[in-house]
Each structure stands twice: as structure tokens, then as C-alpha cells.
Design a protein around this ligand. Sequence first.
Ligand code: UD1
Ligand code: CA
Length: 457
Amino acid sequence: MNIVILAAGQGKRMKSDLPKVLHPIAGRPMLGHVLETVKTISEANKICIVVGHGAESVKTFLEQNYSDVTTALQSDQRGTGHAVLQSLPHLEINDITLVLYGDVPLIQAKTLQQLLALAQDGALAILTQIMVDPTGYGRIVRNQQSEIIAIIEEKDANLLTKSIKEINTGILACPTKELSNWLSRIGTNNAQSEYYLTDIVSLAADDGVPVRSTHPQYLWETIGVNTREQLSLLEREWQVTLAKRLMDDGVSIVDPSRIDIRGNLICETDVFIDIGCVFEGQVTLGKGVTIGPYCVLKNCEIKPNTQVKAFSNLEQSVVGENSVIGPYARLRPGTELMQDVHIGNFVEIKNSQIGKGSKVNHLSYVGDATVGKGVNIGAGTITCNYDGVNKHRTIIEDDVFIGSDTQLIAPVTVGQGATLGAGTTLTKDAPANMLTVSRAKQISVNWVRPQKNKSKG
Ligand code: UD1
Ligand code: CA
């Protein structure tokens, strides 16, 4: 099968340096959504993207993410028919061609399969939609036998045609040979002086080729984006759809209008997600996990029954079962927590492993460290991992107790069962099972506080 995706338009109303089709929905460029969907409907596809405005950026995006697609340049935007014409040399002439749009991102595979099924025997299949307000769209004109005989654009329509509620979504499928033939016969004798792709419909009808239609399952599937407002509305529509799917799978979402999934969120049952959370990349939440309000999780795996409390920020981290993270915790890339770990408020962990049952509850930085089981790290502890040039590791063995306000100057090891006194600046390894403390001796002297000098007023 051939797939042509039109992406040459300027998107003037976006007022952006970024080509319209690269603006994201759910964290992925609109064009990427279309390509992801296309991948799921058939493997043997010849995909051609028609580029024009911002062609270089669109091509760069394609080279980096979809290197197997081809592009055709439409340097002047002379209409949708002219756009499809540019793709013809890249297509397999004996196959069916499916025409899609880079700014209609949420078309679903099921709808496309339905459309393609109608085009299998040489027919022209078009995706139409009944609209309460059809203003602006091309109208589907049918004869008395209810057969489609033409599509008439709004700008070319008389009052009677304008009253038709069935509109052209733009998406269609037909044999490529016929498409090529019809495109060679269309002209620009219309209100916009453009080559209309939609003119192939009346040519097909004249040629006695059956024109068939089907509707998308959901209205949002065929909504196109022209403005940033439309982009935000479609984003919300999609987020609510994703939230509903999760709820159907046994996830509690406090408010489906206040969640943002920019990637793939996989949840087991009885996950609870509070308001205002953002999930990016690949995130997996195990059974019974709760995510408090306003958390951001990017590329994380959270194992069952763990609580992530309000305002926590987790990236590229794995959190074990039955753990408690936050509120206000930050887990940076390379964090691996075993089960029953507690990470409290204003604690930052980076590139570190923390063993079962260990606790870092308040105001600490643990970076490039290996922390054993049953360790307690007191408030305000800092692993000084960076000497200004290189990063060094801190090793804290099992059952260590670290007093508050301790600095561990890496590379350094704290032996099993050791205790560090509060305020210690650890520059050498601390032996196992002993108390190590570095601190000036406490003294008390007589002291009179300075007085205000009254004579000078
Ligand atoms: C088109 C259809 C109309 C349909 C509507 C659905 C035609 C003539 N009309 O109208 O029946 O109801 O879409 O939204 O097809 N493009 C190019 N090159 C061009 C022109 C357009 O790549 O020379 C791309 C645009 O970037 C856009 C898409 O094709 O993604 C549709 O073009 P647009 O001008 O928005 O079509 P409409 O006038 O809305
Ligand atoms: Ca137009």
C-alpha cells in the first residue's frame, strides 16, 4: 500500500517558526502521530510525505525518527490535488493509495482499516462526517440513489449545497493508477484557483467507478489543527481519551481533565493518580501505586504499592515496592531504589542505588552513591561527589547511621554498621561498627553581648 501524507501547508495562523505538523500533541509532533498509526495498519507501506513550508525541519525530523519514508517537495502550494500529484513518482502504481494529513493527527487505525476495506475492489473510498456546523468544509453531494457524485468546496458552494451536513474529512483511498489518471485531468477553474484533490470524486463518478464512504468512530479523529487554540483543544480531547482508557483498565484518575500523558503510561490495576500530574516517555506504575498531586514522572518504573507524594519530580528512575517518595522529592537519572525505601522532602538522589529499608528523609543530596540496606541518612547530609573536575563514588554499607549535616567527601566508604556523628566532614573511610566524628571540641566561655553605643545616638 502507498501512503501519502500532506504536510506542505504553511500553518500561517500558528505564528510559529516551527512548521505546523511538528507542533506536538501529547508530546509527539502531529506528523509523528500519523506515522505511528500508519505503522500499525500494514507493514508493506510506501510512505511519501509531501513537504513544502519548513521542508528542511520536517525532513530533519523524518530522518531522525522515520528514516524509511520518502519525501516529495511541493515548492508552491497550489492545492491538495497538486500536492498529491508531487508524490506520484514515489508510489507503487499497482497498489492502493491512502491520503492522510500531517495536521490531522488523531486518525485511528480502525477507521483507516474500514476505509481501506472499501477500496479493495477498485473503488474510491472517502471518509466523511456528519457535522452540526459544516461551515468551511467541502460538502458531499449525492444523487437520488444516494451515490456520491461530487465534493464541492465551501467557497464554490451555493446555498443549497451549503445546507448539506455531510462533509469531506479529506482522507481517502483509491487505486493509484486511477488516482494518477484523475489528477492529470483536474484543473484550477474554481473560487481558489487551486488544484482540488476533491475534484477526483466527480471524475470517478463519471468514469463509473464506485465512490464509497465511511465515517470515523470518533469526531476528534478527523479534526485538523490550524491555530494554537485548536491544538490545545485537540490535546485536551486526546488526554481525556487516554485517561478514560486507563480508567477502563482499573486506574483511578481523580480528574481526567487534569492529567497529561506525553508518551506511554502503563498502569496495573488500582493505581491512583491525583490531579495535575505529567507523565513523559515510558512510565510504568505497578499495582496499588499512588501518585500525589502535581508530580512529574519521566521514563520511570514504580513498583507495586509505592506512594509518590505531592510535587515530586522523578526522571529515569526505578523505585522498589512499598516505598514512600516525597513530598517534594527529586529523583534524577540513574536512581535505583529497592523496596521499603523512604525518600523525604527536599531530597535529591542522582545515579545512586539505595538498598532495602533505607531512609533519606530530609534535605539531603545523594549523588553517585551506593547505599546498602537499613541505612539511615540524617537531615542535611551531602555526598560531595564532584571535585570540580571529576565525579567520585560514595559507598555506604548496610546498617549505617549518618548523623545530620554530614558531608561525605568522595571517594569514600562508610563500613557496615558504622555511625557518623552529626556535622562530620568525612574525608577518610569510616570503619565498620565504630562511631566516627569530625568536629571541633565544644567549649563554653564567659560572654557579654556587645551593647549599642548610646552616646552617638
Ligand atoms: C480540504 C478539502 C475539503 C475538506 C477539508 C478538511 C480540498 C480541495 N478540500 O480543504 O474538502 O473538507 O480539507 O479539512 O482538498 N496542503 C498541501 N499543499 C497544498 C494545499 C494543502 O500540502 O497545496 C495540505 C495542507 O497543509 C493541509 C491539507 O493539505 O494539511 C489541507 O489543506 P487545506 O488548504 O487546509 O484544505 P481545506 O481548504 O481546508
Ligand atoms: Ca485551502
